[in-house]
Design a protein around this ligand. Sequence first.
Ligand code: AMP
Ligand code: ZN
Length: 476
Amino acid sequence: MLRIYDTRTRQVEEIAAGRALRMYTCGPTVYRHAHVGNLRTYLLSDLIRRVLERRRVRVVACQNITDVGHLIEDPSGEAALGDVASGEAASRQAVSHEGEDKVLAQARAEGRSPLELARFYESSFRSDTAALNLRPPEHTPRASESIDLMVELIAKLIEKGHAYAVPDGSVFFDARTFPTYGEISGNRLDALKPAHRIDAVDPRKRFHADWALWKPSSEGELTWDTPWGRGFPGWHVECSAMSLRFLGSSFELHIGGIDLRFPHHEDERAQSDSAAGHEVVRHWVHGEHLLFDGRKMAKSTGNVVLLSDVVAAGLDPLAVRMAFLEHRYRQQLNLTWDTLKAADRTVRRWRTRVAEWSESISAPMATAYAERVESAFDDDLDTPAALRILRELERDESVAPGAKFETFLHLDQVLGLDLSADIGKARVLPAGAGELLEARARARDAKDWEAADRLRDELAEMGVRVSDTSEGQTWA
Ligand code: AMP
Ligand code: ZN
């Protein structure tokens, strides 16, 4: 069974799944195209799912869409808005003050309505994840359509004494009512220093580390009426509300990029556990960052690579998946164009091999190899080891081609590299052409050039182009 590193307990733990497993992944903030760094985190969820499904575990996945409430100041890896798809003019206008909603700021910069913008980037995200063969989660709730769940959760937290409303219409979580705060990241409350920004002096808070569950605002299409006044939700409360509703008050896995450990996941844990009265999430799993040119890939750093850039460079989108698999999810990965090109070559070579092997006499799967690869997957997703074993199998001449074919296709259920894509694209001769080729070979042996030429013309009419080489005739 799958063993995976649990950030909270700081050890590799066996995932006790039973027959079904529920997992939540913090979804994208849809105010720009996802970059391949974001996609690396979503691949982590997909891999976990595929490895578990191979063990006959039914997986129910929920991955939200954040289309409101994610502020520019929220530490999620994006400090500021920058190079948007619509170009420089937009990026000049997008300079906005701290604390502004990412979707709203970008909508203004692109001259679109916030919801129009959010739906556009959500659909771009769906195409990217489909191109990477990420299986669609069962539930993909949008934050803007789940406001009632958040209001319900906030009311419950107030009722239980974990949150408090203030006169301006804000509601804050009372951090000190959750004594185990900080277990995921190690940032315990007593060690947290007041931030030097607004938090230090915010007179509305009882304690500097309290955070907003609801924020007052009366403008635009992304605000709602609540018992505390008109406004919009805090980003952290969205995930708690949606995960509790779609997965229930106890679920096995919660997944995200490493930057979400603090404060996002600490805050989520505090909210969910306080509402439920017990530990809601069994395991917290985090993927390490993707770097590009040695720095964390982020829009604010300006080193973003999109999946569309990879395709425009003539590479298969699944080369990205391959490049990610070459590194374990818990290692930082410094991506380069050379890495991507090498991954592209491997994917294409394996597809050709699989197509060639598919034409050999069938043979049972090479189970010893398959088991080794599957143990590598189970061992905290050791995908680099899995790929090394597959390369060994590719070279092993003692294994029949038919067995290699079965093994690669079986493992592709987890790898998701479309390794069967080239099967059938192999050269197939039209009916009768084989006999004509044989007759032509005999004519050439008999030095009957006239017959050989006539047969070549006949073959050309059937669409088969024959050429003569020092090793005999070949065709295309
Ligand atoms: P966002 O759309 O900004 O909310 O981020 C979506 C996901 O991408 C989150 O789980 C982040 O932790 C993750 N993420 C952001 N930047 C990177 C990166 N450079 N490498 C890997 N994951 C990232
Ligand atoms: Zn979240």
